[in-house]
Design a protein around this ligand. Structure first.
Ligand code: HEC
Length: 153
C-alpha cells in the first residue's frame, strides 16, 4: 500500500485511477495466491505426476536377474495389497480403502510410463506408503521392470 500511495502522489491528478489500479493488482494477486495454494492441495489429492517425472526413462537395463530381483522386492513390499500378480487382490485389501487398482490391464500399463510408475512408487499415496526411504532408486527401477511383466496377455 505504501507503494500505491507513492505512485498516487507522484502522478497527481491521475491519482484516483492509479489507486483503483493498485487495488485491482492487490486483489488479483490475492486471487492468484489463493489459486496456487488451493491448487497444491488438489494436486496432492489427485496424485498428479509431474510431466518431467513421466518423461524419465528406466536407466536400469532389464535382464532376467534384474526382473527376478524386482519380483522379489514386489512380493515382499507390494503383494499384500496389489496381489501376487498385480490384480489388486492382496490379502490386505479387506482392510484398505481405496482398494488398489488392477495394474495388469492394458489400460493401466499403457496409461503409465516407466517414469510415472517409478514416481508413484517413490512418493506413494495413502494408504500406499512412499518407498523412497525403503527401496533404493535402483531397486525401485527393478520393480518397474517387474511390473511390466505383469501386463495381462
Ligand atoms: C498398503 C497397501 C499398498 C502397498 C503395500 C502398495 N500399494 Fe501401490 N497402491 C495402493 C493403493 C490403495 C493404490 C491406489 C491409490 C489411489 O489411486 O488412490 C495404489 C496405487 C499404485 C500404483 C498406481 C496405479 C494406477 O493405476 O495409478 C502403482 C503403480 C502401485 N501402487 C505400485 C506399488 C508397488 C510397486 C508397491 C510396492 C513397492 C506398492 N504399490 C505397494 C496400495 C498399496
Amino acid at each position: 500500500m505504501v507503494i500505491g500511495r507513492g505512485v498516487r502522489e507522484s502522478v497527481g491528478r491521475g491519482g484516483e485511477t492509479t489507486t483503483a489500479m493498485w487495488k485491482l493488482i492487490v486483489v488479483t494477486s490475492a486471487m492468484f495466491i489463493g489459486t496456487v495454494v488451493f491448487g497444491a492441495v488438489v494436486v496432492q489429492d489427485g496424485w498428479d505426476v509431474p510431466e518431467e517425472a513421466k518423461a524419465v526413462e528406466n536407466p536400469v537395463p532389464a535382464d532376467d536377474k534384474i526382473i527376478a530381483e524386482g519380483e522379489t522386492l514386489y512380493q515382499r513390499n507390494c503383494r499384500m495389497c496389489h496381489g501376487e500378480a498385480g490384480k489388486g487382490d492382496g490379502p490386505a485389501t479387506a482392510r484398505i480403502k481405496p482398494a488398489p487398482p488392477d495394474i495388469t490391464t492394458a489400460e493401466a500399463q499403457d496409461r503409465m510410463t516407466d517414469g510415472e510408475l517409478f514416481y508413484k512408487i517413490t512418493v506413494g499415496k495413502r494408504p500406499m506408503r512412499e518407498f523412497e526411504s525403503k527401496l533404493s532408486e535402483e531397486e525401485r527401477w527393478n520393480v518397474v521392470h517387474f511390473l511390466r511383466t505383469l501386463r495381462a496377455r
